[in-house]
Design a protein. Structure first.
Length: 293
C-alpha cells in the first residue's frame, strides 16, 4: 500500500482527488486538515491535523507517507506554505510529489497569483524531489459561485469581456492526478490542463440558458468593479485584488488555447462545459437552497 498525503484536502481539488483515489487499490489517502473536528471524508481516508504555516506540524503528518500532493488557496503567504511542505516532504524522503500550479505559471506574470505559482514551481524543482506539476486553466466549478445569481436573476457578471478560455472540469483534473500518482512516467513533467473547447462567457451563458430552459445573460464588468464587489462581500483586500488582477489577465485572451495534455492523460476528451452544466442542472434553476459543493 502507498500512503499519499493530501494537502488542501478540504478544498475543491483536494476533495475531488480523495474521491478519485478511493477508486484505486493500493492507495491510502491521508488528508492534511487544519481542523479535524469539521473534516469529513469517505471511508478509508485517514485524517491528520496540520497547518502548512507550521513546519513542525507537517513532520508528524508525513510519518509513513510514500507520496504527497499539495494544493492550497490563494493567499499572501502561499510561497512560505509551499516551502514548508517541500521541506517536510524532503525530510520524509517521499518518492513523488505532485504540485498544483496554474496555467502559464511565470515569475514575471502581471498576476501575483501566477507569479506565486511560477516561484513555487521553481522552488519544487530546486528541491531535487521527484515531482510532477499540474498547470490547469480556470475551472468550470468557478461558475458554481454564480449559481445563485443565475438561479434567482438569470444573470452573472465577470470582468472577462469577450475573451475566450479553455476552461476545465475539476473532476477531470482529479482523475488525471490520480493517474499520475498511480502510474509511472510522470516524474519531472509539467502538464498544461485545459478543457476540450475555447469558450467566451457569452457561449457559457448560452449553454446555461439551454440547460436552465430560461435565459441566462452574461454582463461584462471591469476588474475594478469586480474587486469592489468582492471587498463589499467581505473578501480580504489582498485576495480581492489578486482575483481581479488574474481575471484582467484572462480578459486579454491569453488563456484561450486548447492544449493536448488533458486528453492524452485521460485517454478520452475532457468533459465539455455543457456536460458540467447538465450535471449541475438543478443549481441553475433552484431558488438558492441548493448546496454549491
Ligand atoms: N479557480 C481556478 O479556476 C483555478 C485555476 C487554476 C489554478 N488554480 C489554483 O488552484 C488553487 C486553489 O485550488 P482549490 O480551489 O482546490 O482550493 P480551495 O478550494 O480554495 O481549497 C484550499 C485548500 O487549502 C487549504 N489550506 C489553506 N491554507 C492552509 C494552511 N495554512 N494549512 C493547511 N491547509 C491550508 C484549505 O484548508 P482549510 O479547509 O483549512 O481552509 C483548503 O483545503 C490556487 O492555487 C489557485 O491559484 C485555480
Amino acid at each position: 500500500m502507498t500512503r499519499v498525503l493530501i494537502a488542501g484536502a478540504t478544498g475543491t481539488n483536494g476533495r475531488a482527488l480523495t474521491d478519485e483515489l478511493s477508486k484505486h487499490d493500493g492507495i491510502i489517502s491521508r488528508a492534511l486538515v487544519r481542523d479535524t473536528a469539521s473534516a469529513e471524508f469517505g471511508d478509508g481516508v485517514e485524517i491528520v491535523e496540520g497547518d502548512l504555516a507550521d513546519l513542525q506540524s507537517l513532520a508528524a503528518a508525513f510519518d509513513g507517507v510514500g507520496k504527497a500532493y499539495i494544493v492550497t488557496s490563494i493567499q499572501p503567504n502561499t510561497i512560505d506554505l509551499f516551502q514548508n511542505f517541500f521541506r517536510a516532504a524532503k525530510s520524509a524522503d517521499v518518492t513523488h510529489i505532485v504540485k498544483f500550479s496554474g496555467l502559464g505559471s511565470d515569475v514575471n506574470s502581471p498576476s501575483e497569483v501566477i507569479r506565486q505559482h511560477g516561484e513555487t514551481d521553481e522552488a519544487l524543482r530546486e528541491t531535487g524531489l521527484p515531482f510532477t506539476i499540474l498547470r490547469p486553466n480556470s475551472f468550470y466549478q468557478n461558475m458554481l459561485g454564480q449559481a445563485q445569481a443565475i438561479a434567482e436573476n438569470g444573470t452573472f457578471a465577470l470582468p472577462l469581456g469577450d475573451a475566450r478560455q479553455s476552461l476545465i472540469d475539476v473532476r477531470d483534473i482529479a482523475e488525471i492526478t490520480a493517474t499520475i500518482l498511480t502510474t509511472d512516467g510522470h516524474v519531472g513533467k509539467a502538464y498544461d490542463l485545459t478543457g476540450p473547447e475555447s469558450l467566451d462567457f457569452h457561449d457559457v451563458a448560452e449553454i446555461l440558458s439551454d440547460v436552465r430552459g430560461a435565459p441566462v445573460n452574461y454582463t461584462p464588468i471591469t476588474p475594478d468593479q469586480m474587486e469592489a464587489a468582492l471587498k463589499e462581500a467581505g473578501m480580504p483586500e489582498w485576495s480581492a485584488h489578486a482575483l481581479a488582477e488574474i481575471q484582467a489577465l484572462f480578459a486579454t485572451g491569453a488563456y484561450s488555447d486548447v492544449l493536448p495534455d488533458a486528453e492524452r492523460l485521460l485517454g478520452r476528451p475532457p468533459r465539455s462545459f455543457r456536460q458540467f452544466a447538465e450535471d449541475h442542472a438543478e443549481l441553475w434553476i433552484s431558488t438558492g437552497e441548493a448546496s454549491l459543493n
